[in-house]
Design a protein around this ligand. Structure first.
Ligand SMILES: Nc1nc2c(c(=O)[nH]1)N[C@H]1C(S)=C(S)[C@@H](COP(=O)(O)O)O[C@H]1N2
Ligand SMILES: [Mo]
Length: 320
């Protein structure tokens, strides 16, 4: 038989947020709720997305067309089943284990050198921010890559909410700590919780983004729900997941991987094809889904937006 099956990697960019599909699903769900045929009622209609997520109704959000890709988006099915999230295991198939993470209630604390220190409920935070969708490339230091439609808001808006004081130079991000849910955190040789850092200047660059959703829905847990950082010009490990705290400081934060192995992982972690990592040459990357090999681009293709940040830096290891 000749069945024409659409391969997952045929997903075209314009299908990233199949608005009609999601809207219809939402309408159907609303209809079901109204008719008493509730979710999880045994009809097998319980959606895999937005389970108990009060922000589900906010998505999909309008795409910001400024951010264009040079490749197809990675299919959701591929991107959501190949993740790094060491809290749930040191392999790529952590998505089932990550479903144990409770993402409500959830608060994010903004503290340190700020005028407006606060602990804010994640839904209050999301409702305050102008949400948009951005298509970004994502490049892991392990030399695989994908292209993903994030939803969320500019990190610069969150910086504004905090109100950094004079002298604040860095943002230090922290992931939740709960070994009873995240069994990886029982492995005491790792310096939990996961920590990452940016300079204030990087954090207010237009590309720096806080993702609250992906593929036109709230973030699935394995992507780092309910809030995660996205810095597409840096190696993926900078994109800290499931953030609970952001501290503004004058001290350069030591990140999780830097603490573990400072000869291999540094603070800056900007993508550069001509600076090999000890274990992975960085000149090319494997595209998830297609396994195509592509040449890696300086700053992951975002040189125009970010090169100025590093122009006058001498003696810094910018590319590890
Ligand atoms: N808290 C936390 N954040 C994390 C990680 C992690 O293990 N824990 N892994 C990082 C790495 S190495 C990568 S490549 C990206 C992977 O993001 P993805 O699973 O959404 O592709 O998340 C980053 N953020
Ligand atoms: Mo990574």
């Amino acid at each position: 038989m000749n069945i024409l099956k659409k391969r997952s990697w045929d997903l075209a960019e314009r299908e990233a947020t199949p608005e009609s599909v999601f809207l219809n699903r939402r309408q159907i769900l609303a209809g079901l709720a109204g008719s008493g045929a509730l979710l999880g009622s045994g009809l097998g209609l319980r959606p895999a997305f937005a389970e108990e997520d009060p922000s589900a109704g906010l998505y999909p959000v309008k795409r910001n067309e400024v951010y264009q890709l040079d490749r197809d988006l990675t299919a959701e099915e591929i991107a959501s089943k190949y993740n790094n999230f060491y809290e749930f295991g040191s392999h790529k198939q952590i998505w089932p284990a990550a479903q144990d993470l409770k993402i409500r209630p959830w608060t994010v604390t903004l503290d340190g050198m700020v005028d407006n220190p606060q602990t804010i409920d994640v839904d209050d935070l999301i409702s305050k921010m102008p949400l948009e969708e951005r298509l970004y490339r994502h490049r892991c230091v392990e030399a695989w890559s994908m292209a993903v439609p994030w939803s969320g808001f500019a990190l610069a808006d969150l910086v504004k909410l905090a109100g950094p004081q004079t002298g604040a130079k860095y943002l230090r991000f922290e992931t939740f700590l709960d070994p009873s849910v995240a069994s990886g955190q029982k492995q005491s040789w790792y310096p939990w919780p996961y920590v990452e850092g940016l300079t204030l200047e990087e954090a207010t660059n237009e590309l720096a983004f806080i993702a609250t959703g992906v593929y036109g829905k709230p973030l699935a847990k394995q992507f780092g729900a309910p809030v995660r950082l996205v810095t597409p010009w840096k190696y993926g490990f900078k994109c800290i997941k499931s953030i609970v705290k952001i501290t503004f400081t004058d001290q350069r934060p030591v990140s999780f991987w830097e603490e573990i192995q400072s000869s291999e992982y540094g603070f800056w972690a900007n993508v550069n094809p001509s600076v090999p990592h000890r274990r992975w040459p960085q000149s090319s990357e494997r595209v998830l889904g297609t396994n195509e090999r592509r040449n890696t681009l300086l700053y992951n293709g975002y040189e125009e937006q970010v090169a100025y940040l590093y122009k006058d830096m001498k003696g810094e290891l910018l590319f590890m």
